[in-house]
Design a protein around this ligand. Structure first.
Ligand SMILES: C[S@@+](CC[C@H](N)C(=O)[O-])C[C@H]1O[C@@H](n2cnc3c(N)ncnc32)[C@H](O)[C@@H]1O
Length: 245
């Protein structure tokens, strides 16, 4: 998968692109991330990417011309079909369904805003706007890093153990079951007996039940769309009901 980043702060990305799992994905070629400095497409001697808002008001707005020029050139740099994503607090909130969808695409172009955000006409060049959540960051770079991290770990071969991605939170519309490691007893808190039983079928059943219990307790909003049998749904609704009381 190829990811192009358009930003006025390209240096922010180097550390995350060389560390840990994302770093490995880049090193093995599972992920090809190309960072572009938006200022390379400016036309004035100050390399301005922003201007004052029409109608007045505080702050500056990102100018459309450099972004349009950059996107035309960046698109032409590869034959791969691209999805242009503008990072914005006004976009669709990123969740694991969207991550899975994005991870299958051959190429993403992530456009990072700064200042008071984008001239509205920039959005005409975007396939989607994506938000991290209902809060305002100073720029889209951290949001782009989150997108990169989340899609990188779904690329084939990137996680050491493919089951990791299959089991974890949100995969079946559920939060993940509780996890434990050694020691089996710690400060009077014991690991559930089933996990040390060696009985894989029992362990799988326990994990499924605990994932449903945890989701119903912590995120009852997820239960309606989770993939559950009828019995599981009754169990989840009972837990959610008891938690509410
Ligand atoms: C200070 S914000 C602009 C916010 C804008 N004035 C508004 O109220 O919608 C500057 C840039 O940070 C990025 N940003 C801020 N919050 C974000 C969020 N929750 N998700 C994704 N990007 C965000 C966007 O790229 C945005 O253009």
């Amino acid at each position: 998968m190829r990811i192009d980043l358009l930003t006025i702060l390209p240096d922010m990305f180097a550390p995350m692109l060389s560390a840990s799992i994302v770093g490995r994905a880049c090193a093995t070629g599972a992920l090809d991330v190309v960072t572009h400095d938006l200022r390379d497409w400016t036309a004035d001697r100050h390399r301005s990417t922003d201007d004052a808002p029409f109608g007045g008001g505080p702050g500056m707005v990102m100018k459309p011309e450099p972004v349009y020029r950059a996107l035309d050139d960046i698109r032409a740099m590869s034959q791969l079909p691209s999805t242009v994503i503008v990072l914005s607090p006004q976009g669709r909130r990123l969740d694991q369904d969207l991550v899975r969808d994005l991870a299958k695409r051959p190429r993403l172009v992530l456009v990072c805003g700064r200042y008071e955000g984008f001239d509205e006409r920039i959005l005409a060049r975007a396939d989607m706007e994506v938000s991290l959540g209902d809060y305002v960051l100073t720029g889209g770079e951290l949001a782009a890093m989150v997108v990169i991290d989340a899609v990188a770990r779904l690329q084939p071969g990137v996680l050491g153990h493919e089951q990791s991605a299959a089991d974890e939170s949100f995969t079946e519309g559920l939060l993940e079951y509780p996890q434990y490691t050694r020691p089996a007893s710690f400060l009077g808190m014991d690991v559930p007996e089933v996990l040390t039983s060696g009985d894989h079928a029992r362990i799988a059943r326990w994990r499924r039940t605990e994932a449903i219990r945890r989701t119903a307790q912590r995120r009852p909003d997820l239960i309606a769309s989770a993939h559950l049998s009828e019995d599981e749904r009754r169990f989840a609704e009972g837990i959610a009901h008891d938690t509410e009381e």
